[in-house]
Design a protein around this ligand. Structure first.
Ligand SMILES: N[C@@H](CCC(=O)N[C@@H](CS)C(=O)NCC(=O)O)C(=O)O
Length: 202
């Protein structure tokens, strides 16, 4: 199995889950501007959408969309500790959080990476994003992880996208629960290994 990734991008979330589940995999770095893999292949020939994360299975099947890739990985590894039982209300709550992270947080950060986006537009996006971050901060007031007592799939994703706040100069220091949460998740061995492998920490 191959995970196509870009350092620190949203592909860090499935990368963490690959390590949390001890799944054997190969990491392939992608230059997202040039759409080239590190071994010189045309990335669009592998993933028509041209974005990471892209998972390539051993039979050549390609799977995209981070929130779906993490579910695939956890189910294949039978990692019942990383997700509630399918079909239960807790399962749907987990899907609800994955969807919140992808549509409200991940895609909320997106425009802030665009150098061509006017500052007025960025201010609007930032305000909206901060209100979504406040919602997660409140949710974390009485629990260490998004789903409660244990680290599950949405935590890898939330950790990944919230780590973009610092380089984008979004001050999270007022969100005490999130600050403690990022510290907690960042201490997990699988998270540290993934970040190290991507060259994000030493
Ligand atoms: N809908 C996709 C979006 C993935 C995405 O936004 N990937 C970014 C990196 S975080 C990317 O590869 N952008 C390059 C591009 O879109 O050309 C998902 O949720 O996995």
């Amino acid at each position: 199995m191959k995970l196509y990734y870009s350092p620190g991008a949203c592909s860090l979330s499935p990368h963490i889950i690959l390590r949390e589940t001890n799944t054997p995999f190969e990491l392939v770095k992608v230059d997202l501007k040039e759409k080239k893999t590190e071994d010189g292949r045309d990335f669009r020939q592998i993933s028509r959408v041209g974005y990471v994360p892209t998972l390539e299975l051993d039979d050549g099947t390609v799977l995209t969309e981070g929130p779906v890739i993490v579910q695939y990985l956890a189910e294949k590894a039978n990692a019942t500790h990383l997700m509630p039982q399918r079909g239960t209300i807790e399962w749907y709550r987990m899907l609800s959080w994955l969807n919140f992270i992808t549509s409200e947080l991940h895609k909320g950060f997106g425009p802030l990476f665009k150098p061509t986006m006017p500052e007025e537009g960025k201010a609007f996006v930032r305000e909206q994003l901060l209100s979504r971050i406040a919602h997660l901060d409140q949710h974390l007031a009485d629990k260490p992880y998004i789903m409660g007592e244990n680290f599950t799939l949405p935590d890898a994703y939330a950790f990944t996208v919230l780590s973009w706040a610092r380089p984008l100069k979004i001050d999270l220091s007022g969100f005490k629960n999130i600050t403690a949460y990022l510290e907690r998740v960042g201490q997990r061995p699988a998270v540290k290994e993934a970040m190290k492998a991507e060259g994000l920490i030493k």
